[in-house]
Design a protein around this ligand. Structure first.
Ligand code: GAR
Length: 171
């Protein structure tokens, strides 16, 4: 049985997609969240998944005592220091075609930039934000008639499909 730890800070829709995907697949999913009132904690509870509220400063200590095969960042809005990254393999998902639009509000910035396409990137985590080696990318057209909300929905659907498959391959 493989074990993965999903890191999330907010909404948790990717976390939920990952939990559903691995439900009958001999992979144990747990959650680490750094925000006490994040919606993702409620999702974990409803899904019957073990969750760990770990303040950012205590991440190293927690991972020293709790080992997983893969660490999966999904909307975890913190920059992990090198000493934490040294403890295992960390991957992240980002809603743009990296190296374009690193950082926050990537979908909105791509939408407003006039780009004809954007997408989703999954990459290994290094200490520079949204910058490690890319594992998988998927493109998405920005149609002229699309609203920002529609583009966001499309990107999130792509994330929910792509991320679990990439995680499975990595395991
Ligand atoms: C996702 O779109 C993810 O790609 C993005 O945060 C969202 C989290 O949504 N991550 C980043 O922007 C990382 N720089 P979720 O909480 O519903 O999974």
């Amino acid at each position: 049985m493989k074990k993965i730890l999903v890191f999330a800070s907010g909404e948790g829709s990717n976390f939920e997609a990952i939990v559903h995907y691995f439900k009958d697949k001999n992979v144990q999913v747990e959650l680490l969240c750094d925000k006490k009132y994040a919606k993702v904690l409620k999702r974990a509870k409803n899904l019957g998944i073990s969750s760990h509220f770990v303040e950012f400063e205590n991440t190293y200590e927690f991972l020293k005592n709790n080992k997983f095969d893969l660490y999966v960042l999904a909307g975890y809005m913190r920059i992990l220091p090198q000493e934490v990254l040294n403890l295992g393999t960390f991957v992240n998902i980002h809603p743009s075609l990296l190296p374009k639009f690193k950082g926050k509000n990537a979908i909105k910035r791509a939408f407003l930039s006039g780009e004809k396409e954007t997408g989703v990137s999954i990459h290994y985590v290094i200490k520079e934000v949204d910058s490690g080696e890319i594992i998988a990318q998927q493109k998405c057209k920005i149609e002229t008639f699309m609203t920002l909300f529609e583009l966001e929905e499309k990107i999130h659907k792509m994330e929910h499909k792509l991320y679990p498959k990439v995680i499975e391959e990595l395991l």
